[in-house]
Design a protein around this ligand. Structure first.
Ligand code: SF4
Length: 369
């Protein structure tokens, strides 16, 4: 299949585009060919403050207060070179075989952000300028699988590479171009035929992706939640309606697609809220030919470190992070996380399994966690 041979769906108008206030380019990044594309996109987006640094140290990220530091970091795009340690793909079950990072950090403001507590320092978005070296991990790890969950449903995708572990790659794509380049190369077989990309997003600017010859080697999952939760907690992202319009457009363009329903919360009225979500998804995908849809479900959890960071970022949040209402779970490295108690988990899991089977019977649930 080529993009030229199919009737491309109209790109929905993006409902949310991040506009960095400033772009910092380290000296090493300035020498990378992909940086020219990043700067071209930034200028086209109207970014006026672009600074080429004299060295590779990012400075001036902190403000006078924590609030100011947060605001400054979230409006800064840093163009840097990924260090050698970041170039080696890491296993990332259950989502994919390997993790590849196009960037680290995200400009959105979700009050439960998965990155809280896992990235250190001010939450600036760092995009990697040495894109060739970053993507070379696909070549070196092609054919090496690690994932066991949902193997039957995804075996035909070959070795899978997750692009959204530490960023929302679509949320910054209009000022980086890294995602389209990765999708294009994998579609063209630059790294062989037995590999595929996947990423999850809460944004909806998919016009560039629609035009690519992706060869169905990329699965785009939209991170969605019950509409009232998405409205309350997903700051700075595309609204749910925009994500679902983008989901439909990509599915019509032949992409494999997916839903990452996350973070699932056991709040009063959760059945109605998630029922409403599934109704909206079903309507958005109505009549899409050749639909290849998967689902993934991640329940809400937090760690002492992430709670601490999130309360610093969002001191007035109404997000429930009550240790007494949760069960402690220890990782194999001894870390603690707080998850819903077993009875709540099993009640929600049964509900989702039944409702997904009834409404989206051809969409396998790859994992529940
Ligand atoms: Fe965090 Fe994802 Fe929200 Fe970005 S979109 S702020 S990475 S939860």
């Amino acid at each position: 299949m080529t993009a030229a041979l199919i009737d491309l769906p109209t790109a929905p108008t993006p409902t949310r585009l991040w506009m960095p206030k400033r772009v910092l380019v380290t000296r090493a990044a300035a020498e990378q060919p992909h940086t020219a594309e990043i700067l071209r996109r930034c200028e086209a987006a109207g970014v006026e403050d672009i600074t080429l640094l004299a060295n590779d140290r990012l400075t001036g990220l902190r403000g006078e207060t924590e609030r100011e530091t947060y605001a400054r970091a979230k409006t800064t795009l840093a163009v840097v070179v990924a260090p050698p340690s970041a170039l080696k793909p890491q296993p990332i079950p259950p989502s994919a075989d390997w993790r590849i990072d196009l960037a680290k950090g995200c400009p959105a403001h979700c009050q439960y952000c998965y990155l809280a507590g896992s990235l250190s320092g001010p939450p600036v978005t760092r995009v990697y300028a040495n894109l060739d070296a970053v993507l070379d991990g696909i070549r070196t790890h092609a054919g090496q699988g690690t994932v066991t969950s949902g193997t039957a449903e995804r075996g035909h995708e070959g070795t899978t590479f997750e692009l959204s572990c530490y960023t929302d790659p679509l949320g910054i794509e209009h000022v980086t171009g890294s995602l389209a380049e990765a999708v294009r190369r994998v579609g063209a077989g630059v790294y062989g035929d037995g590999v595929s990309l996947r990423f999850t997003t809460k944004f909806d600017d998919v016009a560039d992706l629609l035009a690519l010859d992706h060869q169905r080697r990329t699965r785009v999952r939209f991170s969605v939640n019950a509409p009232d939760l998405a409205r309350r907690f997903d700051g700075g992202t595309a609204p749910l309606a925009g994500r679902l319009a983008a989901l439909r457009a990509l599915a019509l363009a032949g992409y494999r697609v997916g839903l990452t329903i996350a973070p699932v919360m056991a709040y009063p009225g959760w059945r109605e809220g998630y029922g409403d979500l599934l109704d909206q998804v079903t309507a958005a995908l109505d009549g899409v030919p050749g639909l290849d849809l998967t689902t993934e479900i991640i329940t809400h959890r937090f760690t002492p470190a992430s709670k601490d960071v999130l309360l610093g970022w969002y001191p007035h949040t109404k997000l429930e992070m009550d240790e007494d209402a949760r069960t402690q779970k220890r990782s194999k490295f001894g870390g603690v996380k707080y998850v819903y108690p077993r009875a709540t988990m099993s009640e929600m899991r049964s509900w989702f399994s039944a409702e997904l089977a009834a409404r989206l019977p051809d969409a396998p649930l790859l994992y529940w966690t």
